[in-house]
Design a protein around this ligand. Structure first.
Ligand code: FES
Length: 201
């Protein structure tokens, strides 16, 4: 495990010399071949940004990384899934993200910098369970008019593909969107804003 400072890691990242590291302590879901540059354990504990190569992120797939001790999901959304965000609007508790659960630049229907990429903290806002990922637009046992999203089996909370919570479920708020920015088309930094050096909104 590297003990390098995060600024050195970032410099390597920006110059394209990214290091591919094994998944100790981090979990990849569905896209196991993606690479990322992982800060040291000490830097992670201090809240260091996590940098990922998302050039191979596939539509409808999710990868998971750890940031500040919490799982963060990065999800490729299809146009159909983006369109479905409007379909469920009337069923949502906070469709316009009025509660501060996201940075200002993610206060939009997709709750993200790029509509086709969702970045969400994977922790239910009820009591902290990990919601299940159900991206398919088809009837589910918990909802016959399901338009894709997340279902928390602990107490039945539902969230759409932007992490917006449905009305009438125990979870009180939308899922958290962490700070995130892009470096070019292929790299995502979780834990930094687009206004930080080198980022693109
Ligand atoms: S922890 Fe998710 S519904 Fe209760």
């Amino acid at each position: 495990m590297s003990s390098e400072a995060p600024d050195l890691n970032r410099r390597r990242f920006l110059t394209g010399a990214a290091t591919v590291v094994g998944g100790v302590g981090l979990v990849f879901t569905a896209v196991p071949f993606l690479s990322y540059l992982r800060p040291s354990a000490r830097a992670l504990a201090a809240g260091a940004p996590v940098e990922l190569d998302i050039s191979k992120l596939e539509v409808g797939r999710r990868i998971e990384v750890e940031w500040r001790g919490r799982p963060v999901w990065v999800i490729g959304r299809s146009q159909e899934q983006i369109d479905a965000l409007e379909d469920v609007r009337d069923r949502l508790r906070d469709p316009d993200s009025e509660v501060d659960q996201q940075p200002e630049y993610a206060r939009n229907p997709a709750r993200s910098v790029k509509p086709d990429v969702a970045v969400l903290v994977g922790v239910c806002t009820h009591l902290g369970c990990a919601p299940g990922f159900h991206p398919e637009i088809r009837p589910q046992h918990f909802d016959q008019d399901w338009r894709g999203g997340f279902f928390c089996a602990c107490h039945g909370s539902m969230f759409d593909m932007a992490g917006r919570v449905y009305r009438g479920v125990p979870a009180p708020t939308n899922l958290v969107v962490p700070p995130h920015r892009y470096v070019g088309d292929d790299y995502l930094v979780v834990g930094e804003d687009p206004t930080d050096e080198g980022g693109t909104a």
